[in-house]
Design a protein around this ligand. Structure first.
Ligand code: UT7
Length: 393
């Protein structure tokens, strides 16, 4: 909020949505291609050559989309130098939620103490993070909210059929988060496009059927995919979406400093580069480490690009993704980080606030239990009284 609670507006009334914080979390367990050779008939060489993947992370028993999402969010909040109760909206993009409902966003909202925030999930498969970024930035630009937390978090390893060599080689687990904040300074998330074509729904979906998991257990769901069709579709829309979003801004693709694509297959990214007539060094690729982490793949790549110095203030980025649905989309971002310098005091306050949020959540649960017991005993007493008085009283 601005002075006297007014929302920050530029002199011409324009509001911008800047990405002011970012964080990631990946499970510790690394599964290499050689590990997969022990599960299905494949080879490290085939996987590297056909996908670009060398290894991926696999969530352990204690990890899930909430725990990883919380850790990524906490890092993003710390980087943003805000307190979690300042967040107005939490949007989680995930293709592997713990529950159909409640939304993963609500579980994360509770854990981080974003007590004044609305929270909901977006299901647009691997394009989900782009969709979520579009929704959050639009809310900020429209003046409806000031601060949003956008998270992509996945445990796709739990949906993969580990006896299907055409899919199990591709996917991995992880989470990434951005904090977006309103500003009167130009820059930030400038435009987002979202597309869908449900006629291709049967090319990539989660179907049912008992299948083995990677550690020998059983799962009742599995990812089914027509790899060649998805490959063809992806190669086409990655370049088309990049062109569309740059043209909408009156730019050429050559004006973009770095394209950060969904990391699904390095050959798809190479095809997009050919389609756009751009050299591969204009694209950021880190698929070799994580495989396809669906909604987490773009934030994981953005954060690595930032940390490795590939992105700096003033850079123009296109984030572009595709996925089941079929869905695809792109975001145009001007990386003008308006950074509130994080102070040790503020970080300590936020740490204390996490403890407070945990205790508050615990007490709320306890209060609900007590309330239920008291309400029940009142009802029993009322019913007993009614029975004693007889049916007419
Ligand atoms: O977020 C979106 C998620 N999905 C995607 O982005 C997937 C897009 N598609 C792909 O990345 C590729 O299509 C795959 C990596 C899935 C497959 O690569 P491909 O080059 O399209 O292989 P293919 O399906 O055309 O199969 C070529 C051959 C086949 O053998 P035959 O029929 O030619 O004898 C497959 O059986 O490669 C075989 N094959 C494998 N061989 C060793 C398929 N998977 C494997 C494997 N190891 N893991």
């Amino acid at each position: 909020m601005g002075v006297n609670g007014s929302r920050p507006r530029g002199f011409n009334g324009t509001r911008y949505a800047h990405i002011i914080g970012w964080g990631v979390d990946v499970p510790e367990h690394v599964m290499t291609n050689h590990d997969i050779e022990k599960l299905v008939e494949t080879s490290d060489q085939w996987i590297r050559e056909r996908t670009g993947i060398h290894e991926r992370r696999i969530a352990g028993d204690r990890d899930n989309v909430v725990t990883m999402g919380v850790r990524a969010a906490r890092r993003a909040i710390q980087r943003a130098g805000i307190l979690s109760h300042e967040i107005d909206l939490v949007i989680v993009a995930t293709s592997s939620p713990l529950h159909l409902f409640p939304a993963t966003a609500c579980l994360i909202q509770d854990r981080i103490g974003a007590s004044d925030a609305g929270a909901f999930d977006v299901l647009a498969a691997c394009t989900g993070f782009i969709y979520a970024l579009g929704l959050a930035s639009a809310q900020i630009k429209a003046g409806m909210i000031d601060t949003a937390l956008v998270i992509g978090t996945e445990t796709l390893s739990r949906l993969v059929d580990w006896s299907d060599r055409s899919t199990c080689i591709l996917f991995g687990d992880g989470a990434g988060a951005f904090v977006l904040k309103a500003s009167d300074q130009p820059g930030g998330v400038q435009d987002v496009i979202m597309h869908a074509d449900g006629s291709g729904a049967d090319h990539l979906y989660v179907g049912s059927g008992i299948r083995p998991t990677w550690d020998g257990e059983q799962t009742e769901q599995r990812i089914d995919m027509n790899g060649r069709e998805v490959f063809r579709f992806a190669s086409r829309v990655m370049s088309a979406a990049t062109e569309e979003i740059t043209q909408r801004a009156g730019l050429h693709v050559e004006d973009v400093d770095l394209i950060i694509p969904h990391q699904a297959n390095v050959r798809i990214i190479q095809a997009a580069a050919r389609g756009l007539k751009l050299p591969m060094d204009r694209f950021f690729v880190n698929i070799e480490k994580y495989g396809n982490t669906s909604t987490a793949s773009i934030p994981l790549a953005v954060v690595e690009a930032l940390e490795s110095g590939r992105v700096g203030p003033g850079d123009r980025l296109v984030l572009v993704g595709f996925g089941s649905g079929l869905t695809w989309g792109a975001a145009l971002v001007e990386w003008e980080v308006e950074q509130t310098p994080g102070s040790v005091m503020r970080e300590a306050m936020q740490e204390a606030y996490y403890i407070f949020a945990y205790v508050r959540s615990f007490l709320r649960r306890l209060f609900r239990i007590v309330e239920t017991v008291v309400f029940k005993s009142h009802r029993v007493k009322d019913n007993t009284r009614k029975r004693r008085r007889g049916p007419d009283n």
